[in-house]
Design a protein around this ligand. Structure first.
Ligand code: GTP
Ligand code: MG
Length: 298
């Protein structure tokens, strides 16, 4: 059989996590319309009878403005060096810029083979596709390009087969029943962050970290989850909570519903908003929140 690791790389907001979720057939990574949604390398495993593809979703390429985004970029670079194949995800509906071309060149110039998923074709004129593919080819990018829509499922099966074909021959690297490398506790924190990304604007969601203090299932089957929503400024805290706690109540209720779906049981969720000024530039706090700046120094 063919098996191996596929690093999913591309600009922030390109649609990487959505594509990984669709390929894997389960939600392993959160998704939002805001850039820098994904902060970690997240594994999503697709096991079929005759191949296994281990996708590694990564933080989107973005100009780092603080220690957190620097750490995220390091995570992406480390992943890109340590996979069998790179799946470069490009947002087709955003057109092809010189910056896109230079990023594609950078990732296709090494020893690791690369293919391009040209995604979001459901929201763009189809006639732009051949022109963009030609532009990439003329710019010297010598990779196969697969136009897809993760949202509509267009061409996803074909992409899956093409990726499998390009992986080396070998045994499965991950046991059959494993879909992600992340714990349920991690996913619960991510679900909370996703709802915050969807509800709040500007810097607020980007400055949020989630710390899960309690995560245990009672004898009656109900999960008791207590978490801190850490933000960067007192005025962010006020906005997160909202008038008479209304905003937080709403966002927590959306999060609780998704957590219940994910855990398959009732959830009793309590949330607390805390302020830690500039935590995104403080390595000690970043480490406490799961974004260790030293982790990917290899
Ligand atoms: N119309 C359409 N929208 C899509 C498609 N794929 C992703 N999106 C949307 O694009 C936005 C970004 O998607 P994500 O999957 O979070 O993008 P990402 O590349 O993982 O982003 P980062 O983690 O921030 O780097 C979301 O609003 C998605 O719903 C697609 O095939 N079609
Ligand atoms: Mg993502």
């Amino acid at each position: 059989m063919n098996s191996g690791y596929v690093g999913v790389i591309g600009r922030a907001n390109a649609g990487k996590s959505t594509l990984v979720n669709v390929l894997v057939g389960e939600k392993v990574a959160i998704v939002s319309p805001k850039p820098q949604t994904t902060r970690d390398a997240i594994m999503g495993v697709l096991t079929r009878e005759d191949y296994q593809i281990v996708f590694v979703d990564t933080p989107g390429l973005y100009r780092a403005k603080n220690a957190l985004s620097q750490t995220m970029m390091k995570t992406t670079q480390t992943t890109a060096r340590d996979v069998d194949l790179i799946l470069f995800v490009h947002d087709g509906h955003a057109g092809v810029t010189d910056e896109d071309i230079s990023l594609m060149k950078r990732y296709s110039s090494g020893d690791i083979p690369m293919v391009i998923a040209y995604t979001k074709i459901d929201i763009m004129p189809k006639e732009n596709i051949p022109a963009d593919v030609k532009k990439l080819y003329e710019a010297g990018i010598d990779c196969d390009v697969f136009p897809v829509s993760a949202r509509k499922g267009t061409n996803i099966k074909n992409l899956e087969h093409e990726l499998a074909k390009r992986l080396p021959e070998g045994e499965k690297v991950i046991p059959d029943d494993i879909v992600s490398d992340k714990s349920a506790k991690f996913m619960v924190a991510e679900i909370m962050r996703e709802k915050i990304l969807l509800k709040y604007d500007k810097e607020i969601p980007h400055g949020v970290a989630i710390v899960v203090n309690t995560f245990k299932q009672g004898e009656n089957g109900v999960w008791d989850i207590n978490l801190d929503i850490v933000c960067e400024k007192p005025n962010h805290k006020a906005i997160l909570i909202g008038k008479q706690g209304g905003a937080l109540k709403e966002v927590a209720s959306f999060a609780r519903r998704d957590m219940e779906k994910f855990l398959g049981a009732k959830v009793f969720l309590t949330t607390y908003v805390k302020v830690k000024e500039d935590w995104r530039d403080r390595p000690d706090l970043m480490r406490d929140y799961g974004y260790d700046p030293k982790k990917n120094n290899s």
